[in-house]
Design a protein around this ligand. Structure first.
Ligand code: ATP
Length: 274
């Protein structure tokens, strides 16, 4: 079962990041860097796509999918790269990165420039939800990547990309609503939200945000055709919320699937493109 195998890889990557350890697999290695609104993740796999090591940092060097703190982003990628190199005892030479669909011009170049500045030769730049689809081994279906500031959508039919789209919504909006409802700062809301012991309590407050996200994604799909029989996978850190899968499915009008550690799906997929 391909999906079980894929989910095992995601669990494995999570374990490697948490324990700061590595899998002793032979190179050449593939490296993926996900520069996100809320965090930066570096994932390393072997040539077959098996996770070898990884590292991540919560950081706000990207806003609404665009690199706004170039120096900060470069420093973080350099740190993550050095950390993983030390764990693996290997020097990482090149890597892939990703952007929200529709990012163009200098904004599109920024991610590759960041990893180049950190000492990784950029060899490929993919659309984030397309990378997620690759990590999930999805040839036919819909991937919705709900990150911090952006929500990307990729639709695949028989192994070919039908279209990608991007909308400026995500976990940042969840935190803003929490900050407003509880009278706390954005940073406090982020902390509250990332602690799963609070998820049951905060869910009623954030259901309208999840409903809005589902409506946005439905709108994108309805404009492009009839994809009613395509399986839907939702990835990205926002999908960690307990009850998210149920609430999103309810608002979306059909069942969606959330893989384990949804925040790590896109980074794993990016590595596979390198
Ligand atoms: P983008 O793709 O928009 O640039 P990103 O790559 O940083 O952003 P992800 O890493 O997929 O996006 O997800 C980050 C979001 O997930 C943030 O809003 C963060 O608060 C949220 N998040 C992370 N962990 C959890 C958790 N355990 N519970 C709830 N939300 C979480």
């Amino acid at each position: 079962n391909k999906l079980v195998n894929t989910y095992e890889k995601i669990y494995q990557l999570h374990h490697l990041i948490e324990t700061k350890s590595f899998m002793d697999l032979a190179g050449p290695y593939k490296v993926g860097v996900d520069l996100g609104t809320a965090d930066v993740v570096l994932a390393v796999t072997d040539n077959l796509g098996n996770p070898v090591a990884g590292s991540m940092r919560w950081a706000s060097v990207v806003r609404d999918g665009l690199v706004y703190d170039f120096r900060g982003a470069t420093e973080i990628v350099h740190e993550l790269k050095s950390e993983v190199e030390q764990i693996m005892g290997v020097k990482l030479e090149r890597g892939a990165t990703a952007i929200p669909p529709g990012t163009v011009g200098r904004n599109a170049l920024a991610c590759s420039n960041v990893i180049a500045g950190a000492g990784l030769e950029p060899i490929c730049q993919v659309d984030e939800p397309v990378a997620a689809a690759r990590a999930l081994n999805l040839r036919h279906g819909i991937v919705v990547d709900i990150g911090g500031g952006t929500t990307g959508v990729a639709v695949l039919k028989d192994g070919s990309l039908v279209f990608t789209a991007d909308e400026p919504t995500g976990g940042t909006h969840v935190s803003l609503v929490l900050a407003g409802a509880y009278g706390i700062t954005f940073e406090e809301a982020e902390k509250l939200k990332k602690d799963s012991s609070n998820h049951k309590r905060i869910m009623p407050v954030i259901v309208p945000v999840i409903e809005k996200m589902a409506t946005i994604v439905k709108g994108i799909l309805n404009d492009k055709g009839d994809f009613s029989d395509y399986p839907v996978y939702v990835v990205g850190g926002t999908a960690y919320l307990e009850g998210f899968e149920y609430q999103f499915s309810k608002a979306f009008g059909r069942e969606v699937h959330v893989p384990p550690h949804p925040l790590l799906v896109t980074p794993l997929g990016i590595a596979l493109y390198s």
